[in-house]
Design a protein around this ligand. Structure first.
Ligand code: ZN
Length: 182
């Protein structure tokens, strides 16, 4: 799947984490988490920029998703107060944004970690919808097993699927935000 498709799928998959963010820290947290979801949605495809690793290899496994989740969770747990204060505690910002700096590091880490995990798992799932197999197959538990997760509904470059997912994800996200603020 291409970037557009991954973005849409990440917005769909992370809705539970975004709702949790809203319930614990308000709409600013929801928006922050959705930015996080979008930011990491295509991270596994950065493997194409590294010449020595194969595309759809380790970066498309649950281990990679777990590793990045562990790193971001630990980072948030350690540095949240400093980072949040630097980014959000500014006078012209509305109170909802500034209040992000008051979220407990444990809560921020839990919310960010679950968003990152869901977004990365959605990447693996979206790619498994494509016809890619063998060299381009999705092997989520490699190297434990080479078993492929493959639904084979579309080609990775399918315009209909990529933009269909982007549209579906955007509409659901928009509806979700609309419900939250109304
Ligand atoms: Zn991919």
């Amino acid at each position: 799947m291409y970037r557009a498709g991954h973005l849409g799928m990440a917005l769909i998959w992370t809705l539970p984490a975004l709702l949790l963010g809203y319930l614990t820290a308000g709409v600013a947290a929801t928006i922050l988490l959705s930015v996080t979801a979008v930011a990491v949605a295509s991270l596994p495809d950065w493997d194409q920029r590294i010449p020595i690793v194969s595309h759809r290899g380790f970066s498309h496994t649950i281990w990679f998703a777990g590793l990045i989740t562990a790193i971001t969770t630990a980072g948030a747990l350690t540095f949240w107060p400093q980072i949040a204060s630097l980014l959000f505690e500014h006078e012209p910002y509305p109170e909802t944004v500034q209040s992000l700096a008051t979220i407990q590091p444990q809560i921020a880490a839990g919310l960010i970690g679950s968003t990152v995990l869901l977004s990365l798992l959605s990447h693996i799932f979206a790619d498994s919808l494509t016809v890619g197999s063998g060299k381009y197959g999705i092997q989520p538990v490699w190297p434990l097993s080479r078993r492929e997760l493959r639904f084979g509904y579309c080609r990775a470059d399918s315009t209909v699927w990529n933009y269909g997912l982007l549209l579906t994800g955007s509409l659901l996200y928009g509806l979700f935000l609309w419900i939250l603020v109304n």
